[in-house]
Design a protein around this ligand. Structure first.
Ligand code: NAP
Length: 520
């Protein structure tokens, strides 16, 4: 299907903004054709920040949680109503399969709907209490209680390319519910989808004026304008994250910064899992999906697979069998079940990344080069088939524990079998978003959690009873925290109301108990 060239619009100060110069180009990942151009030239960022602080912020803070929840519900509905068209657009412009496009879009609408539901349960209040409180003096009257109130500034959201709908929506859901206006910037390469989502939301009238502004292209001097009541929430590479969190004004103002970055996620098979068990099947199915879903361009994708030493051949054979059934190519071709990488730079990085890992592990499936895609012209498209590597020495596997290849690439790492040892080896990844362990042995699990619970933001436990239920480790449920220590950025999002903490100030209230009760 031919795609026509488009100039993407930002949406700032209550109206669309189309730039006239300094364009970056967006390429169709399947044909390499230029399909859109993006620029933020001409945007007055000081005016954008002022609009959020002076128009959007007061409007949101005047609403109760329940009223903000209605905004989120309307946003979820507006996007869901256009689901079919948005999925087509995503397939056509980002090179992902229909399943992957649904995963992104349903993640967006599902998270908005989830927070809308939470808001309803909080009800018509402006203050969120934290705990029941305590008497502070000799009598019960002098009382202390903690409460959350919205920060008075603006939340800037900078998102990664891999989830153009889910990425912006999950951050917006938490910020808007907390009562903070948003300035959202999508990654350029997949911004066509985000821009269309924003157009739908603006047309729907779901959001109060100034509550949500959208910047396509560079952030210009926006980040240098942030101060003590503002927030920066970033998702992307560790390198960019470091650059942004080190900005002098953010440091000197103690501006709240949340970073979601790289992650060398692990899957661990425990020694108790027999190859004729349901847990074994779950492990293989999950690892295969977590390697290939979204062509491996998922922050939660499995990058390292730890297996007991005597089982490595068996796992390698089973996994290569599954990977052989992965057909890479144009998502509109019926044989295809894995799409393209998003950009030429992602493709080049994946090729270079596999070469780096190959200094410490053998390639046992795939070749780590660009391939021609099914249903695409020969020599065109950013196609990259799955690669499995195998290291002989898990402890000294160098780059395997240090370098994230953002594509369908993972490395098998044999270990001796103990839960403590597995946890220690997983920890060499320097901090992960998620680790999945597959076991029915609760003693083994306890020894893993004791040592390894601190190195991942989330632990997914695959077992016999989970086999028919588990969606795998890749799904960021709004009920559970998303984020991880160390290399993963040290951030936290989602996790029910926990995700709102970034956008709110926790204040210790002290005074007459009866007076404090009136705030509830
Ligand atoms: P990236 O190159 O770091 O870009 C991320 C975002 O930052 C994009 O919107 C980009 O805009 C913007 N950006 C880059 N330089 C900037 C600057 N100097 N000032 C302001 N904004 C700037 O990362 P990516 O290639 O899009 O994403 C892939 C990476 O994201 C992977 O490493 C992956 O692990 C990570 N990721 C992490 C999570 C998580 O939740 N932990 C989720 C998804 C992805 P442009 O596109 O316009 O350059």
């Amino acid at each position: 299907m031919k795609t026509t060239m488009k100039t993407l619009s930002s949406h700032v100060c209550g109206k669309p903004h189309e730039a006239e110069s300094d364009f970056a180009e967006i390429h169709d990942p399947c044909t390499e054709e230029v399909i859109a151009r993006v620029s933020s030239a001409g945007i007055d960022f000081a005016a954008v920040v002022a609009y959020a602080r002076e128009v959007g912020g007061p409007a949101l803070r005047a609403m109760t949680f329940a009223e903000r929840g209605k905004v989120l519900k309307a946003m979820s509905k507006a996007l869901h109503d256009q689901r079919k068209d948005l999925i087509e657009l995503s397939m056509r412009t980002t090179g992902c399969t229909r399943k992957d496009a649904k995963f992104d879009l349903d993640g967006a609408t599902g998270t908005l709907a989830y927070y809308a539901g939470l808001a309803k349960s909080i009800g018509d209040t402006h203050v969120l209490f934290d705990g029941e409180g305590d008497a502070l003096g000799r009598t019960a009257r002098f009382f202390g209680r903690h409460a959350y109130v919205p920060k008075g500034g603006v939340a800037v959201h900078v998102n990664a390319f891999n989830f153009p709908a889910w990425g912006f929506a999950e951050k917006a859901a938490q910020s808007l519910l907390a009562g903070m206006p948003v300035i959202s910037k999508p990654a350029t390469s997949t911004a066509i989808v985000t821009e269309r989502c924003v157009e739908i939301l603006v047309e729907s009238g779901a959001m109060p004026d100034g509550a949500f502004q959208f910047i396509c292209g560079s952030t210009g001097d926006l980040l240098s304008l942030l101060g003590p009541q503002d927030v920066l929430a970033f998702t992307g590479s560790a390198d960019t994250g470091l650059k942004l969190r080190s900005l002098p004004n953010l440091l000197s103002n103690s501006t709240a910064v949340n970073i979601e970055a790289d992650s060398l996620n692990a899957a661990v098979l425990a020694p108790d899992v027999d190859s004729d068990s349901e847990t074994w099947e779950l492990f293989l199915k999950d690892v295969h999906r977590e390697m290939t879903q979204k062509s491996g361009q998922k922050c939660t994708a499995v990058r390292r697979i730890f297996v007991p030493k005597g089982r490595a051949d068996e796992v390698q054979e089973a996994l290569t069998g599954l990977l052989a059934g992965t057909v890479t190519g144009n998502p509109f071709d019926e044989s295809v079940n894995m799409g393209a990488l998003a950009t030429k730079r992602q493709l080049d990085d994946a090729v270079a990344g596999v070469a780096k890992l190959a200094n410490h592990a053998d390639v046992v499936h795939g070749n780590g080069e660009r391939v021609d895609g099914a249903g695409a012209d020969a020599g065109k498209g950013y196609f990259f088939a799955p690669v499995l590597l195998r290291a002989s020495d898990a402890r000294n596997a160098g780059a395997v524990h240090e370098h994230e290849v953002f594509g369908p690439v993972a490395t098998l790492l044999p270990y001796d079998g103990g839960g403590d040892e597995a946890a220690e080896l997983v920890g060499l990844g320097g901090g992960m978003l998620v680790t999945s362990v597959y076991t029915n042995d609760t003693d083994w699990l306890a020894s893993y959690v004791r040592t390894g619970g601190c190195t991942s933001g989330r632990l997914y436990i695959g077992s016999e009873k989970m086999a028919p239920l588990g969606p795998g480790s890749g799904l960021a449920f709004p009920q559970s925290l998303h984020g991880g220590p160390g290399r993963a950025g040290g951030g936290e999002e989602l996790g029910e109301l926990r995700g709102l903490g970034l956008y709110m100030q926790r204040v210790a209230l002290q005074g007459d108990r009866k007076v404090l009760e009136t705030l509830a």
